[in-house]
Design a protein around this ligand. Structure first.
Ligand code: PGA
Length: 244
């Protein structure tokens, strides 16, 4: 596995269910890793499963991630992709428990914890997503919700060198809305210092990250990187985020 600790910044692209061979060829031909590449910056592309291997054969200095993995490892499970398979084709990371999986596929914290464990057993670094809804935020339940999600979704064998946390407020995903810089700082500090001992865990912020706000967000001490959805599909935007 990688030494997550050595990275000063992690920029992960979550393409969701987007992309095509043509899109990838165009994206990779313009991706500015030459200017932006630095051994302490970890750039991760998480395309749909089906394109992982195609991308892995095209570029070396880029890390790859799945967007999910199966609850099972080696079992009859039609349609699923296991963490072992992700490792087999050269992935180093896997997004686990994204809010779209939690809401559209009713994934529970317990299931997320199993996927995190499967990833770790398969030498894949899980990126565990947590975040509150707008209603929970308005009811001042954000910290309570995050504590519960994190305690239940992150198993005992996770540590700061094998697991990454992504704080993604659900109301900020794909909406153009973001918490204020002070709110992001407050939540990241809360996760690092007050839930349990997550002080040294890398915590990414995700939710409407764009080139216009990435620098300010990445400048927050307790933010170790960003998880970028929509803006990672626009190569010009993504290059700007990489250089921020
Ligand atoms: P967004 O998505 O950047 O489009 O808000 C982030 C995510 O869902 O990971």
């Amino acid at each position: 596995m990688l030494e997550i600790d050595k990275f000063s910044k992690i920029i992960a692209a979550n393409w969701k269910m987007n992309g095509s061979i043509k899109f990838i060829d165009n994206f990779l031909s313009q991706l500015d890793l030459i200017n932006n590449h630095n051994e302490f910056v970890c750039t991760i592309i998480c395309p749909p499963f089906i394109y992982l291997q195609y991308i892995s054969k095209k570029l070396d200095n880029l890390y790859l991630g799945g967007q999910d993995c199966s609850l099972f490892q080696e079992e009859s499970c039609t349609g699923d992709i296991s963490a072992l398979m992700l490792n087999d084709i050269g992935c180093q990371f896997c997004i686990v428990g994204h809010s779209e999986r939690r809401t559209k596929f009713s994934e529970t914290d317990d299931q997320v914890a199993i996927k995190v464990s499967n990833s770790l057993k398969s030498n894949i670094h899980p990126i565990v997503c947590v975040g509150e809804t707008l209603a929970q935020k308005k009811n001042n339940q954000t910290k309570e919700v995050l504590s519960k999600q994190i305690m239940k979704s992150i198993p005992k064998n996770s540590n700061n060198n094998n697991t990454i946390i992504a704080y993604e407020p659900i109301w900020a995903i794909g909406t153009g809305l973001t918490p204020s810089i002070d709110e992001i700082k407050d939540i990241h500090n809360f996760i690092k210092n007050e839930i349990h001992d997550y002080k040294n865990f890398k915590i990414l912020y995700g939710g409407s990250v764009k080139s216009t706000n990435s620098k300010e967000i990445l400048n927050i001490d307790s933010v170790d990187g960003v998880l970028v959805g929509g803006a990672s599909l626009d190569i010009k935007e993504f290059n700007k985020i990489l250089s921020s």
